[in-house]
Design a protein around this ligand. Sequence first.
Ligand code: SF4
Length: 367
Amino acid sequence: MKGDWSGGRDSGLVLALADALGRETRRSWRIMEVCGGQTHAFMRFGLGDILPTGLELIHGPGCPVCVTSVGAIDAVIGLAARPEVTVCTFGDMLRVPGTRGDLLTAKARGGDVRIYYSPMQALEWARTEPGREVMVFAVGFETTAPSYALLLDRAMREGVHNLSVLSALVLVPPVLRHLWKDGSRSRVEGLLAPGHVCAVTGFEEYEALAREIRIPVAVTGFEPVELMSGLLACVRLMERGESGVVNAYPRVVQREGNRRARALLEDVFRVERRYLRGIGWIESGGWGLSETHARFDAQERFGLDLCHAAADVQCISGRILQGLAKPLECPVFGTACTPERPLGPTMVSSEGACAAYYRYGVPGGRS
Ligand code: SF4
């Protein structure tokens, strides 16, 4: 085991959970940790080394930077070349390659590309620079969406006119449904659902998903104790041959989620199709701007035509995000592709599986 062990990192408790997993895992199981943050936590704390031999972790699609479409990145790079436009987004997005380079290169060419730590900073830029068009590249899952909803709500109330949003926001359950139709069914027997997503949305939709695809789901946090508790809860359901949802993250997640955040999201956004990099179109897979907030839609304002046809030539990140391959199966992992010179999104993002393997190594050679 690696890292600092206290609280949710109590080593005694983690080892006790590992013992219980060892006793209760009677056959081989494959469990998908949906969120890239969970992948990194498993590897950062070396938890793969203490799992029973038969328990295999499959990495899931939960990296918003990784699934953001090349078409959206290209469109934003195009906007960054316009002298009146300020493009702003989270720092991870700057090095994700599109077909015309990346946003870091666009910035080096003189584009006004800014990084924020909270989307609300964009509102401040729009207020203080009324002569500029401030365009927010909104990337994230249900976890991040409330911060964009708050931004749009505030901009609407203040009557801000020079702010717009290109939404690449993604909804997790439709993506999981899609993966099941598309091949993951044969590889994954249990799911660790992302606890931070469920903190916003609750887990009623995961209950419906568990019924539909007949699979056990454990809502799981990100600390070692929470991850091991989630695995144990999932294994117990699998060993009993049951599906359904167990909330293994009760200190943060309630079944109905955060009602205020959900109400705001429903007001500001509407559900729409979303194209995911390496995966394809997902019905009802994203949030676009609702009719009431349509005047902030960057796609409309700038007449953006997102071309989703382009794909990475060598990169297998699409297969990795679908749980169909692991980073070491990529022939250029760690050679032509490194965090310093990434060829694909799963090596760029702080939540990407390739970045996790590169940074932490492969626990027991099997995680
Ligand atoms: S190692 Fe690089 S090229 Fe290979 S799958 Fe990962 S990001 Fe793509």
